[in-house]
Design a protein around this ligand. Structure first.
Ligand SMILES: Nc1ncnc2c1ncn2[C@@H]1O[C@H](COP(=O)(O)OP(=O)(O)OP(=O)(O)O)[C@@H](O)[C@H]1O
Ligand SMILES: [Mg+2]
Length: 289
């Protein structure tokens, strides 16, 4: 068994909390980490509906969706939808009596064949669309990480819409961090000399030999940007600020740069000769440790 207690609790809470109208959740993570397994268990436990999208053209995918939904509803014949607008509108009526999970697994296949699908779902979740919605907890799942991350970011139609955004992962381990983390945080570091503040996406703390808390690493994550030397310099500045503070042991602080879009060759060359700089792409982030 993979230990997925934390993720399971989050998913169950999202799927079960009664609140009028539909809600959107996005579940992503590298392949073979148990996403489908977990969502299938959720749907079985609550009598929900799960559709695993085929890698097919739009008409075929819609036909299969209508057939699966018909079966779920105990209809004698498949439901027929002319377009995804109709299919999503119907889907949003599936939970009149209380919250019910509806999972679309392998969502990137559908969105590739029907690029308008994210904005169709967005419209269904708009206040006007919500009036005819029931308590559907729509969970979109996929392992194409840059796609799933991009779904909710930047100018994407679904940005800010998700009530749950769950990345199933194998945590970065001691090799990346240079120690065993006991606490991971994020926050803001003041930079009085420059009259500014720096946001820190990830700060991992461990314990040194004396048992004192020690800053193992700070990191920055970018889904859609190529990460370069300027990102590294920002982390170096933050690290220097933290080092100058009393009470934080950070002599061995590593700098972690996460990217969904890759790194510049200059940064790759710099990192190669310096083990305190760790570049983590999606494969490394989600690789089984
Ligand atoms: N908690 C678990 N305990 C035991 N076995 C599990 C667990 N989760 C998943 N598995 C098994 O691990 C394998 C991969 O799981 P699953 O297919 O759910 O992963 P996934 O994240 O959906 O992968 P993909 O991205 O390829 O669809 C399956 O054979 C599944 O039965
Ligand atoms: Mg799966």
């Amino acid at each position: 068994m993979f230990d997925r207690d934390t993720e399971w609790d989050e998913i169950v809470r999202f799927a079960r909390v009664p609140r009028s109208g539909a809600a959107l959740g996005v579940v992503s993570g590298r392949r073979r980490l148990g996403k489908s397994f977990m969502l299938d268990a959720l749907v079985r436990a609550s009598g929900g509906f799960m559709f695993s999208a085929p890698e097919a053209v739009e008409a075929d995918a819609l036909r299969q969706y209508g057939a699966a939904l018909g079966t779920h509803l105990g209809e004698p014949t498949p439901l027929r939808f002319d377009n995804w607008d109709e299919a999503i509108t119907r889907t949003m009526t599936l939970a009149p009596a209380g919250p019910l999970p509806v999972v679309i697994d392998e969502f990137p296949f559908l969105a590739r064949a029907s690029p308008a699908l994210p904005s169709i779902i967005q419209r269904a979740l708009d206040p006007a669309g919500q009036r005819s919605n029931t308590q559907v907890r729509l969970l979109l799942c996929g392992s194409a990480l840059s796609f799933m991350g991009g779904l909710l970011s930047g100018t994407a139609p679904l940005r800010g819409r998700a009530g749950l955004e769950l990345v199933v992962r194998t945590e970065a381990g001691p090799v990346v961090l240079g120690g065993y983390p006991v606490r991971v945080a994020s926050g803001v570091v003041n930079d009085p000399a420059a009259h500014t503040q720096h946001e820190v996406d990830v700060a991992a703390f461990g314990r040194d030999e004396q048992g004192r808390e020690e800053l193992l690493a700070i990191g920055e994550a970018k889904w859609n940007e190529t990460v370069g030397v300027s990102h590294l310099q920002r982390l170096e500045r933050i690290c220097a600020l933290l080092r100058s503070r009393d009470g934080i042991h950070s002599d061995r602080c590593r700098l972690l740069l996460f990217s969904g879009a890759g790194f510049t060759s200059e940064l790759l060359a710099t990192a190669q000769s310096d083990p305190s700089i760790q570049l983590v792409d999606l494969d490394r982030l989600y690789a089984p440790s």
